[in-house]
Design a protein around this ligand. Sequence first.
Ligand code: ADP
Length: 491
Amino acid sequence: MYIVQIASECAPVIKAGGLGDVVYGLSRELETRGHCVELILPMYDCMRYDQIWGLHDAYRDLWVPWYGGAVHCSVFCGWVHGRLCFFIQPHSGDNFFNRGCYYGCTDDYMRFTFFSKAALEFLQVSNKRPDIIHCHDWQTGLVPVLLYEINAWHGMANQRVCYTIHNFKHQGIGGADILWSTGLYREDYYFQYDRLRDNFNPFALNLMKGGIVYSNFVNTVSPHHAWEARFGEFGYGLGHTLEIHHHKFGGILNGIDYEFWSPECDRFIPHQYTPETFEIKAQNKKALRDRLLLQDVDKPIICYIGRLDEQKGVHLVHHAIYYALHNGAQFVLLGSATEPGINDWFWHEKRFLNNNPDVHLELGFNEELSHLIYAGADMIVVPSNYEPCGLTQTISMKYGTVPIVRGVGGLVNTVFDRDYDQLHLPEERNGYVFYQTDRHALESAMERAIGLWKHYPEEFQKLAIQGMNCDYSWKDPGDKYLGVYEMIRHK
Ligand code: ADP
């Protein structure tokens, strides 16, 4: 099959979170099975150019229709760790992708509206006719709309779209300029409730809703979150739309790329290890302490890796730091906050705890350090308010770091409580789960984990190795995505 992924991220060249990992990992899995995969990405000024091999211009004069005129673009092409990527660079005064950031601009919805339009235009004029176009999140929600309403009339009637939603919270809300810029001129038609009109604001269009309505298949990134989004509050207003389109909606758990995330072959950690040589993990713990100037004492290291924002349960993350310190554990945090209030709060904590030899807060994004933390820590906390899938718990398990998680979204599908899980055999359990959002719930799970580490170290090691032996690779999700592609391709 010929598959084109259109996305706003692809690790490691463009990565703000799990979306980048998934776009890369899924593409690699599909290619190893013999399918042809190409990626179309924006050419951001701030992406990691050092992660692209052989960057060259592939299509010099791409004219993208825009507001009745056209924007001149160049398309560059290069390999990101073996994946063939096309990068779209517009030459317009809007400087859509020269902002020094991936997201966070007030005109984000127009930046990615343009990207969606340009990606399809590129496919159209370069005569690329993939069997499947796979798009991701609100940034590319307009792709199936444009494909069906415009490009299908210009030789692209046979392309099918799979649309994956990684986070329902950000939906891409905008006004009629989305329509006028892209050539979708019939305002009344697109503003209908069963098309792009936002479910709550009758004067706004919702790009993610467009993606759901127009795609051939829609999925979110875990079965449990698919249920939560459709029936609970985590659809952020799109539950009714999902209900209407439930026949083409499902949940497929994200995999992780074990070529990149595996303690056996990880280039970023000083000492490689396997479940059979688990004792070597202690040397990485020592290396982590040396690097972060933590004291070398007989205490477990608990870590947090991830964005610092409401979704991730920042208040519980904060509480976990102090609970660990007061209960004989060390704490390492690696996180970045986009909200100024949360950023200031953690910078304040960092200064406050600066001289404490049992804690280190690293504020910012650091891929390489994240590997050392996964390898060196004993436990990881993931107290999310909601979590479509979550990758940090599955990555940490691979490194023998025991997850302590809140039972929501994909965390429910991947972490099984050592003491209380009733659906899995004791030898299949791999962590600790709590359900409430208050600190007592978190404390009870942390207490059980720290207690096992201190009083039954052999049992703790057994639990960690059981986590290492779980298979959260792309194998099973790869089968599922291919099943979806096959299904929609023959419709
Ligand atoms: P998100 O909601 O951000 O997508 P996920 O758990 O799905 O969360 O994915 C997070 C990914 O980003 C993981 O690969 C994690 O290691 C990485 N990550 C998150 N924050 C940081 C950071 N500050 N530095 C390095 N890597 C990070």
